[in-house]
Design a protein around this ligand. Structure first.
Ligand SMILES: Nc1ncnc2c1ncn2[C@@H]1O[C@H](COP(=O)(O)OP(=O)(O)OP(=O)(O)O)[C@@H](O)[C@H]1O
Ligand SMILES: [Mg+2]
Length: 191
């Protein structure tokens, strides 16, 4: 069983978006993922209550061992402490004011013992020069990317992941699914 924390103390950086969609990608591979929503009123819990996810979301860590291949902790904003999990997925949007908090958290996590960190640039708008530069720099140092795309808000309208069959004809959904699949592959590759 793999345990991964999706973490960035800065709010609104794509933690919940990644948690839901990486879990949905895992289902496509025949795995059983579970998302743990660290904020009971949080986004991934809302998605789950929408009834259209092919996996479960729990409002807190289970007391007993559960049957899952992959556990994804969807952390809440303002959680400054580095999560316990050895594998961290750290998303950030590339706008300078947003990125600063991420960079600080990333440096701290890098110094912590035994952590593997998967960096992800989310929601980059390449027509903004400054964002494009930050995204480019991050990608050069191995960050994954989930580009800014309308498929996420379209899916969010019905609390779907972008892997829901009803999203199959959405504009550029295949590209976005590939980006999410690449992050999942990186998670599964870690031991
Ligand atoms: N690549 C993207 N394309 C389009 N929208 C995106 C992208 N990444 C993130 N967003 C949007 O940004 C908003 C914030 O994302 P999300 O809720 O996943 O962030 P979060 O880090 O979980 O926030 P919080 O800290 O409040 O829990 C959402 O509306 C989400 O759909
Ligand atoms: Mg969230």
């Amino acid at each position: 069983m793999k345990i991964t924390s999706i973490w960035n103390p800065k709010g609104g950086q794509g933690k919940s978006l990644l948690s839901i969609n990486i879990a949905a990608a895992a289902v496509e591979l025949g795995l059983t993922p579970v998302v743990i929503c660290q904020d009971p009123q949080g986004t991934s819990m809302l998605y789950y209550e929408g009834g259209n996810l092919p996996f479960i979301v729990l409002p807190e860590p289970p007391k007993k061992r559960i049957n899952a291949d992959l556990i994804l902790f969807d952390h809440q904003a303002s959680e400054l402490e580095i999560p316990d999990a050895n594998l961290l997925v750290m998303p950030t949007m590339p706008a300078r004011d947003q990125y600063a908090t991420w960079a600080n958290a990333y440096e701290r996590a890098k110094k912590a013992k035994g952590k593997k960190i998967i960096k992800v640039v989310t929601n980059c708008n390449y027509s903004r020069k400054e964002e494009a530069e930050i995204a480019q720099t991050l990608k050069q140092t191995g960050a994954f990317e989930v580009r800014a795309s309308g498929v996420f808000s379209k899916a969010a309208n019905d609390y779907y992941s972008i892997f829901h069959p009803k999203m199959n004809r959405a504009y550029k959904v295949r590209e976005r699914r590939q980006e999410i699949n690449a992050i999942l592959a990186a998670i599964l590759q870690e031991d």
